[in-house]
Write a protein that binds this ligand. Structure first.
Ligand code: XIL
Length: 511
C-alpha cells in the first residue's frame, strides 16, 4: 500500500551544528500584556486559554527557543522508542536523549507524552520479545520518569492497514490467541497483547502512585467514515478495544497524519468520532498531526490552512479532546518533508510561520464552543390542545365524597421517565445524529429511544447504544455503561447514516 510505504520511509537528517543546540533557562512568558480579551500570540498560550495543550514532537538536537515559546507539550520523536532505550531483556539503555527531553520539558513547564512502549516498528532489541519481557520493559520505562510523563503511549499502531478492522498480523500481535474462535481477543481465555500490556502499565502506575495517563495510539482512525463514505472499520475496532478495556485505558491518540490515502481523509465526521470516544470517558488527543498541503482528493477545507482549521475545530468542539500535537515544527525537518504538512518552514531553529500557523492560532483563540450546534432544531412546544373553558363554573356544590376507608396515597413516587433530543450534523447524502437522553425527576436504570427515519435514510453506524432496525422505525437502548442516569442528568449516544434525517422526533422510555 502506498500509505504504508510512505509511512515507513525514514527521513534522514543532517546533524545540526553544536552551536545551535543549546539553551533555555526560565519559563517563557507568553502573556500578550493586553487585556484578557486580546487574542493570544502563541499556539501554547491560545491553547492553554481554551483548556487544551498544543504540542510538537522533537529531538535533543532541536531544543530551540521557539519550542517552548510556541508549544506547551513535547513528544520525543524517536528518543523513547524501544529501539533507542530497550535492552533485549526489557532493561533500559541509552536514555540520555530521552532524559534531556524530559528535563527540558520540565524546566519549561511543558507536558510530556512518552512514546512508545509496545510497537511492532522500531522495536530494536525487543523485537520478538515475550509478553513477560514486554512487561519488564513497561515497568522499567514507566518507573524511570514516573509522573514527569503525563501521558504514555502504551500500545502504538496495533491495527492492520487497509481498513480491515483487524489486529496486525505482526509481532507482538502474533502472540494473540482467540481461544473460542469468536473473532476477537476479548474473552477470558484469550491472549491479547493490548490488554496484557495495559494491565501491566496500570499496575506500575498505581504501585508508583503516578499521575501518568495511559493511551492507545493509531492512525487512519480519525473519521467515522473513509473515502467513499463506507465505515471506518479501523476506527470501529479501536473503539471496541477502548470500550472493552476502558478500566485500563485513559486516553486515545488519533495520530492524524492526513494525506491522500483513502483511509486517512479529513472527513466531516471527525468531530463525531472524537465525540464517541470521549463519550466512553477517555481523553482524546490528535497526537501526531501533519496535513499534506496537496490533498488532491481528501480536502474538506480550501487548502492546507483551512484543513488545519477544521481539524483543530473538531477537537475544540469536544470538551474531552484535551490536546493536539503536530509531528514536528518545520516542513523541512519533518519525517514527511515532501508533503510540507506542518506549521512552519525553515530549519535549524530559524523558522517562518505559514498560513496554516495563523489559521491554527486563530481557531485556538476562538476557544471551545459553549453553545449547541446551530443545526439543532429548537425544541418544539406543542400548541395547547384544550380550548379555554367556555362553560361557566358549576353553581351546585360538588357531591360530598364519603370519607376514604383507605388512606390516600401520599406523595406519588417520582416518575422514572426520560426525554430525548437530537442534534444533527448533516452533509449532502449523509448525517451524524447525536441523541441526548435526559432522566426525569428520578434516576433511571435503562432507557429505550424510538424514532422514525425519513424514507431514504438508513443507519450505517451506531455508538454508545444497541440498535434494532436500520431504516423506518428504529429503536436504541442503552449499553451496559450508560443505562444508569441520575435524576435530571443525561447521557448521549450517536449514529451515522446515509440520506437525510431532518425532523426526527425521538420518544424515550425509561426503566
Ligand atoms: C517517525 C519519526 O518521525 C521518524 O523520524 C522515524 O524515522 C520513524 O518514525 N507513527 C508514529 C511515530 O507513531 O513514531 C512515527 O515517527 C510516525 C508514524
Amino acid at each position: 500500500m502506498g500509505s504504508s510505504l510512505r509511512r515507513r520511509r525514514i527521513v534522514s537528517r543532517t546533524a545540526l551544528p553544536a552551536a545551535v543546540m543549546l539553551l533555555v533557562g526560565g519559563a517563557v512568558a507568553v502573556q500578550s500584556g493586553t487585556p484578557a480579551v486580546a487574542a493570544e500570540t502563541t499556539l501554547r498560550a491560545a491553547a492553554a486559554k481554551a483548556g487544551l495543550f498544543f504540542g510538537t514532537a522533537s529531538s535533543p538536537n532541536r531544543l530551540y527557543p521557539i519550542l517552548s515559546q510556541e508549544f506547551g507539550q513535547l513528544t520525543p520523536e524517536n528518543d523513547m522508542k524501544p529501539d533507542r532505550i530497550a535492552t533485549s531483556s526489557g532493561g533500559l539503555q541509552n536514555t540520555s536523549g530521552a532524559d534531556q527531553l524530559v528535563n527540558h520539558a520540565q524546566s519549561n513547564g511543558m507536558v510530556v507524552r512518552g512514546h512508545t512502549l509496545v510497537w511492532h516498528s522500531q522495536a530494536g532489541a525487543l523485537q520478538g520479545a515475550s509478553q513477560s519481557t514486554l512487561n519488564t520493559f513497561i515497568g522499567n520505562a514507566i518507573n524511570r520518569w514516573g509522573s514527569k510523563i503525563a501521558y504514555w503511549d502504551v500500545v502504538n499502531e496495533s491495527l492492520e492497514d487497509n481498513n480491515t478492522g483487524r489486529r496486525r498480523n505482526q509481532w507482538p500481535h502474533t502472540m494473540n490467541r482467540d481461544a473460542n474462535g469468536d473473532g476477537d481477543f476479548f474473552d477470558a481465555g484469550d491472549t491479547d497483547v493490548i490488554r496484557d500490556s495495559f494491565i501491566r502499565a496500570k499496575q506500575v502506575v498505581q504501585a508508583g502512585g503516578y499521575s501518568t495517563k495511559l493511551c492507545i495510539n493509531d492512525y487512519d482512525v480519525e473519521g467515522l467514515t473513509v473515502k467513499g463514505g463506507g465505515p471506518n472499520r479501523k476506527a470501529n475496532a479501536l473503539y471496541d478495544i477502548v470500550r472493552t478495556y476502558r478500566q485500563y485505558i485513559d486516553c486515545v491518540g488519533f495520530q492524524s497524519h492526513f494525506n491522500d490515502n483513502p483511509n486517512s481523509i479529513i472527513s466531516n465526521d471527525l468531530q463525531a468520532n472524537i465525540q464517541r470516544f470521549a463519550d466512553l470517558g477517555v481523553e482524546v488527543h490528535l497526537s501526531e498531526v501533519d496535513i499534506d498541503d496537496d490533498l488532491s482528493n481528501n480536502d474538506i477545507g480550501a487548502g492546507q490552512a483551512d484543513n488545519y482549521r477544521k481539524v483543530v475545530r473538531a477537537c475544540l468542539n469536544v470538551a474531552k479532546c484535551t490536546g493536539i500535537t503536530v509531528w514536528g515544527i518545520s516542513d523541512s525537518e519533518s519525517w514527511r518533508s515532501s508533503e510540507r504538512g506542518l506549521l512552519f518552514t525553515g530549519g535549524n531553529g530559524n523558522y517562518q510561520k505559514k498560513a496554516a500557523y495563523y489559521a491554527v492560532l486563530d481557531e485556538l483563540n476562538k476557544g471551545r464552543t459553549t453553545t449547541p450546534p446551530t443545526t439543532t432544531p429548537p425544541p418544539t412546544t406543542p400548541p395547547p390542545t384544550t380550548p379555554p373553558p367556555t362553560t361557566p363554573p358549576p353553581t351546585t356544590p360538588p357531591p360530598t365524597t364519603p370519607p376514604p376507608t383507605t388512606p390516600p396515597p401520599t406523595t406519588p413516587p417520582p416518575t422514572n421517565g426520560c426525554t430525548a433530543t437530537v442534534s444533527l450534523n448533516s452533509w449532502t447524502g449523509g448525517f451524524v445524529a447525536t441523541v441526548r437522553v435526559t432522566a426525569g425527576s428520578a434516576p433511571i436504570q435503562g432507557w429505550n429511544v424510538q424514532l422514525t427515519l425519513p424514507s431514504g435514510a438508513a443507519i450505517t453506524n451506531v455508538w454508545s447504544a444497541e440498535r434494532t432496525g436500520t431504516s423506518g422505525s428504529v429503536q436504541f437502548s442503552n449499553v451496559n455503561y450508560n443505562g444508569s442516569v441520575a435524576a435530571g442528568q443525561y447521557t448521549e449516544f450517536g449514529f451515522q447514516g446515509t440520506g437525510s434525517a431532518t425532523g426526527l422526533t425521538p420518544v424515550c422510555t425509561a426503566s
